[in-house]
Design a protein around this ligand. Structure first.
Ligand code: NAP
Length: 456
């Protein structure tokens, strides 16, 4: 009797960020062949283009991802835009499981007058710019005013505030994009004001990030003791520690450093000011808030009507990320996420889309740290394995061959291509004492990946 072996199951993952790599690792362990697609020629998503350059330890997680990529059943396809080069249908025709781990690519909006004035930017764009994301390399940020206002009280707000006041000597040994190192070197911003709409106990900072603000070489951190009056010690440990750290800052005398980070609470911007309708930013009009606990137990900011103007030349809006639709994959516009139930992509009425899954921020929203995505990926992979056992995966009718992809994407970048880019960047950085000098032009990346340009 001839032995009939089970078909080899193939999975496509769209998005080579942390959630994509954790999913790849776990699907490989579950016996799938895995193809990981990204629209950039480079892998690692926000680890490469989001994590602050002065936090190199956080980036060392890529060593684990590179190990995953060495698995014989793993392929990387960089420079492939789903919805442009290939369709959702193309993927469903070729894979038993398609997993979307595309992250949340855009910013939330404040919805206030003046939001789009020159000098008012989403922090997501600023982060992508200083991290050398090729789509943002040509953005210009005017860093010549004396004061910048950062709206939001999360870790991204802290990252951008810190980057604005780092000493050039602190930036020099990092992988900050060269264009940003030059711009920061000439910047005249001396004060960064962080605006939180709620109070110190409600800030979304994590403790190490908030503590780091108090240890900067050339910036004092300033908190008005009045903002801490009446604050009840929160029960939640991170919030409690945040309040302790903020009390410590409020008790400090400024030491006369050249730069300042000022944390202001209970203030919401109501307009971004400037001349006429589209003159550059000259300030922020902010309203004072008081706190009110709603019936759902959530503490809300309620405007008091008392307003103040904070003069500034730059506004960075750092109020969270939001997903954007991918090809014609069902999308929940209200939440800004791919419609899914526990990782299974579903139609509006909840009917599951056979063989399609979501993972990471586009599944659950932009929260948590890099490692949060490991558990998140495990949950999605558990659903895939359940569906495999139930015979409920997709039924592909074609193979995803490299030839097929090359027809659609002549500049396709494979893992070897990325390794050539990686070598080029690290070898260029090494004599300068930097982890890498990032390539920021897609054409240049493709040349290096294909061996068309000299490797230095
Ligand atoms: P976040 O942690 O969700 O913080 C968003 C902030 O924006 C909150 O303070 C929020 O205030 C505020 N906000 C929202 N809507 C607002 C509005 N209309 N007006 C004024 N303020 C508003 O988001 P994030 O900073 O973008 O970070 C995303 C995730 O990445 C987080 O989980 C973060 O911890 C993580 N991250 C981690 C690191 C690190 O570990 N070093 C670095 C960067 C990012 P409310 O609380 O009042 O809504």
């Amino acid at each position: 009797m001839a032995l009939v072996s089970a078909p080899v199951l193939r999975a496509a993952i769209v998005g080579a960020g942390p959630s994509g790599f954790y999913t790849a690792d776990q699907l490989l362990k579950a016996g799938f062949r895995v193809d990981l697609y990204d629209l950039l020629p480079t892998p690692y998503g926000l680890v490469r283009s989001g994590v602050a350059p002065d936090h190199p330890k956080i980036k060392s997680v890529t060593r684990m991802y590179a190990k995953t990529a060495k698995h014989p059943d793993f392929r990387f396809f960089g420079g492939v835009v789903v919805g442009e080069h290939i369709t959702r249908e193309d993927l469903l025709e070729r894979y038993h499981a398609v997993v979307y781990g595309v992250g949340t690519a855009t910013d939330n909006r404040l919805g206030i007058p003046g939001e789009d004035r020159p000098g008012s930017h989403a922090a997501t764009e600023f982060v992508a710019w200083y991290n050398g994301h090729p789509d943002f390399a040509d953005h210009a940020f005017d860093l010549n005013g004396g004061r910048a206002v950062v709206v939001g009280n999360g870790n991204v707000a802290i990252d951008v505030a810190r980057m604005l006041v780092l000493h050039p000597d602190e930036l020099a040994p990092t992988d900050t994009a060269d264009h940003a190192i030059d711009a920061f070197g000439e910047a005249t911003v001396e004060e960064v004001v962080l605006l939180g709409r709620r109070g110190p106990a409600e800030a979304a900072f994590t403790n190490p990030e908030l503590r780091e603000l108090g240890e900067l070489a050339r910036a004092d951190v300033i908190v008005d003791p009045a903002d801490l009056e009446g604050v009840v010690e929160p029960e939640e440990p991170t919030a409690r520690r945040n309040v302790e750290i903020l009390r410590d800052y409020a008790a400090r005398e400024p030491s006369g450093k050249s730069h300042r980070i000022v944390l202001k609470f209970l203030r919401s911007p109501v307009a971004i000011l400037g001349e006429g309708e589209d003159g550059p930013v000259t300030g922020v009009r902010a309203v004072r808030n008081r706190l009110e606990t709603g019936e759902d137990g959530r503490v809300r900011a309620v405007p008091t009507g008392e307003e103040e103007i904070i003069e500034c030349g730059l506004v960075l809006r750092s109020i969270g990320y939001r997903g954007i639709p991918l090809a014609d994959v069902p999308f929940d516009e209200r939440r800004g996420l791919i419609s899914n139930l526990g990782g299974r992509v579903c139609e509006d009425d909840g009917a599951p889309c056979c063989g399609e899954y979501a993972v990471g921020w586009i599944k659950r929203g932009p929260s948590g740290v890099i490692g949060t995505n490991k558990k998140d990926a495990a949950d999605t992979v558990a659903r895939i394995v359940e569906d495999r056992e139930a015979g409920a995966l997709g039924t592909p009718v074609a193979e995803a061959t490299e030839e097929w992809l090359l027809e659609r994407v002549p500049d396709l970048v494979t893992w070897e291509g990325w390794e050539a880019i990686d070598r080029h960047e690290t070898e260029t950085g090494e004599p300068l004492g930097r982890p890498r000098v990032k390539l920021v032009r897609l054409e240049h990346m493709r040349e290096i990946a294909s061996g068309r340009a000299p490797a230095r």
